[in-house]
Design a protein around this ligand. Structure first.
Ligand SMILES: C[S@@+](CC[C@H](N)C(=O)[O-])C[C@H]1O[C@@H](n2cnc3c(N)ncnc32)[C@H](O)[C@@H]1O
Length: 355
């Protein structure tokens, strides 16, 4: 197999340039250089490493959890063209050059064309995994530094082959948590907040950080998709919005509706969680979220930053820098995570909290 000399990075179709800017910046911070090749709307791009031996270091030292636009990644070689017969045999032979892995995922671009590969990916993935298990090509024991093999298929015969650390890559195939739309939720945005929890809050911390009977403020709450999620966690919610909340949600008795400006609202008592889905200038929302956390109005905040039409990556970094500076000036240790979620479109979602 050819050198593993490039990172394959998946993102939402249309955000390839943002993912490229991100990987270039992040690698440069480690002294790793290269160049990107991409096509708009492909849903993935490649970062070609100047020094192929840097690939493993990138996988080890960059923190996947801190990526914004990159949904999934792997260190891969050049695009492979498989002959139509015995594809399993051909891939098994190539795998000899890769580190031993504990699992195998077959993925494809999250685009209309890419999704046509879903059936093939599922069938081929399970046949190949079975074959590898029988022949010792996949380790049984998962170790701390377990690797995952990744096949990224563009068609039945064209694919990239590579790997990524299980603990430093997306926990769901293609970086897409499968969430079911709850039929009685008031709006589709409800899944945005649920997805943010899955990415940002380790499952074992949900019971303390999203605790039953704790308090929350939902800024820009109407009609109540995010409030609905908070109510499902048995939280008591102050929903701030001039617009109407879904009546059924109000009947839960756990929601107080306040018709005020989200940017002026101050809670009477500190709350556990503030969430904000208001569509406004991102820098205004970033500054407000920093105020809430630094003034102790909430323990943590989850909020959206609306992306501009141009310079989307730069705008997000500007907002994150503003929050970082505010926290540093206040001498506060903090966690700030940002992600372009599957359920986000022209926005990213952030979590900010004091440590
Ligand atoms: C995207 S919607 C929120 C959807 C909600 N998260 C849900 O899941 O149903 C944005 C909301 O923010 C509200 N909004 C916009 N500017 C606001 C402001 N300055 N103060 C309070 N609410 C505002 C709008 O009325 C709108 O209901």
């Amino acid at each position: 197999m050819s050198d593993l000399d490039r990172l394959l990075l998946q993102c939402r179709a249309g955000f390839e340039k943002e993912a490229a800017a991100e990987i270039t910046d992040q690698c440069a911070a480690l002294g790793i250089y290269g160049y990107c090749t991409l096509n708009s709307d492909d849903g993935y791009l490649l970062f070609h490493l100047q020094q192929p031996e840097d690939g493993e270091r990138a996988l080890r030292e960059l923190r996947f959890r801190e990526f914004i636009f990159i949904r999934q990644w792997a260190l891969v070689g050049e695009c492979l063209e498989l002959a139509p017969d015995d594809r399993i045999g051909q891939i098994s032979a190539l795998l000899q050059d890769l580190p031993t892995a504990t699992e195998l995922w077959v993925e494809y671009p999250d685009t209309t064309e890419g999704r046509e590969m879903a059936r093939f990916a599922r069938k081929f993935g399970s046949a190949l995994a079975q074959h590898l298990r029988r022949n010792g090509g996949l380790e049984k024991q998962s170790r701390n530094r377990a690797q995952r093999l990744l096949l990224f298929t563009l068609s039945g015969s064209q694919l990239y082959l590579g790997y990524a650390p299980v603990r430093n890559s997306a926990p769901w195939p293609m970086g897409l948590p499968r969430l079911k739309f709850p039929k009685d939720a008031p709006s589709r945005s409800t899944l945005k907040l649920e997805e943010a929890w899955h990415w940002f809050i380790p499952r074992e911390e949900w019971d303390t950080r999203l605790a039953h009977s704790s308090t929350a403020v939902d800024l820009g709450a109407a009609p109540g998709g995010w409030t609905w999620q908070l109510v499902q966690r048995s939280m008591f919610v102050t929903a701030v919005d001039n617009g109407p909340m879904q009546p059924a949600l109000m009947e839960s008795g756990q929601v107080r509706h306040v018709q005020e400006d989200a940017y002026r609202f101050v809670p009477d008592q500190p709350v556990n969680l503030m969430v904000c889905d208001v569509v406004d200038k991102p820098v205004k929302t970033a500054a407000m979220a920093a105020d809430w956390v630094l003034n102790g109005y909430c323990n943590e905040a989850i909020f959206n930053l609306k992306l501009p039409m141009k310079q989307r990556y730069q705008e997000v970094i500007g907002c994150l820098n503003l929050i970082a500076e505010r926290c540093m000036q206040a001498g506060v240790a903090y966690e700030l995570l940002t992600r372009h979620l599957y359920h986000d479109r022209e926005e990213v979602t952030c979590l900010l909290r004091r440590l």
